[in-house]
Design a protein around this ligand. Structure first.
Ligand SMILES: C[S@@+](CC[C@H](N)C(=O)[O-])C[C@H]1O[C@@H](n2cnc3c(N)ncnc32)[C@H](O)[C@@H]1O
Length: 261
């Protein structure tokens, strides 16, 4: 269910988005070719997608504990797993892009805010044998389904931190030295997005990348994205409509791209 705001933002995005023919700078051209339009496939994709298909058929009812901006689709406290998988997870295309992004940036210390059923956690965890993924989830029953999935997939490089991110993230940030890739996909609200961003800032380095999901989910997320792009430490920002990417390498001139995805 799309709001008028989302539709108008999508049309604006379509009018502004550029593809490889307009990209001159080598970093952004290579990034576009390898990450956005990358053909690199991995044998693990089909396996993860078979788990997604199972979730899409799973009729188990689970209790939803919502600490975030919630869901536009269903406000009921109980939902089937298949309903959650249909409305709460990203597309396969986006998941594969996340995998390529993590691979291309050689990310090791990866954080995901918002595990849900664990599909994108698996994509990130399988992006490199060196990857260490920490994923945060507040809803106990969703987190348990994800944990069971990681066990079945023999994926042991994932740590799940359960509870409200407002309470769990400060402790994690204190004991962590660096982050290479952070995928923000939990509480889609202005204040929370900016707060989480600032809690990760002491952990970034020149090659860190942040992925902010659902930047046009609501006016408040659109405002948060605008604000993040303007932060002084952000040197490159990329809008792909479904998400926004932020880079911090001081060798870049400050630039903003709207890329066709
Ligand atoms: C869109 S889903 C995540 C989807 C997942 N990243 C994927 O792509 O497969 C968002 C998740 O964030 C969780 N969440 C939202 N706000 C939270 C908070 N403040 N603390 C902990 N979890 C939160 C929700 O329970 C939900 O499972």
């Amino acid at each position: 269910m799309s709001s008028f705001y989302q539709i108008s933002k999508f049309l604006e995005y379509k009018l502004n988005a550029v593809d490889r023919h307009s990209l001159q700078a080598p970093f952004i051209f290579n990034f576009y070719e390898n990450v956005m339009k990358g053909k690199k496939r991995s044998g693990v994709f089909d396996k993860i997608e078979s788990y997604r298909r199972e979730l899409l058929k799973n009729e188990t009812l689970i209790a939803i504990e919502d600490f975030g901006a919630g869901s536009r689709v269903s406000k009921s406290a109980k939902r089937t797993v298949k309903d959650l998988a249909r409305s709460g997870l990203s597309s396969r295309k986006f998941s594969e892009m996340l995998f390529r992004l993590s691979d291309y940036t050689e990310s090791v210390d990866i954080v995901e805010l918002g595990t849900s059923l664990g599909i994108n956690t698996l994509y990130l965890a399988k992006s490199s044998p060196k990857a260490r993924v920490t994923t945060f989830e507040g809803c106990r029953e969703s987190a348990q389904i994800a944990i069971d999935l990681f066990k079945r997939a023999h994926q042991f490089n994932i740590e799940v931190i359960r509870g409200n991110i407002d309470l769990t993230l400060p402790g994690f940030a204190k004991k962590t030295n660096k982050v290479d890739l952070v995928y923000f996909d939990a509480n889609h609200q202005f204040d929370a997005t900016l707060r989480y961003y600032s809690q990760f800032l002491p952990l970034i380095h020149a090659d860190t990348v942040f992925v902010i999901d659902d930047i046009y989910w609501s006016k408040s997320m659109g405002k948060a994205w605008k604000e993040l792009v303007q932060q002084p430490e952000v040197t490159l920002s990329i809008d792909i409509f479904d998400a926004g990417l932020l880079f911090f390498n001081k060798d870049f001139y400050k630039e903003h791209y709207v890329l066709a995805f």
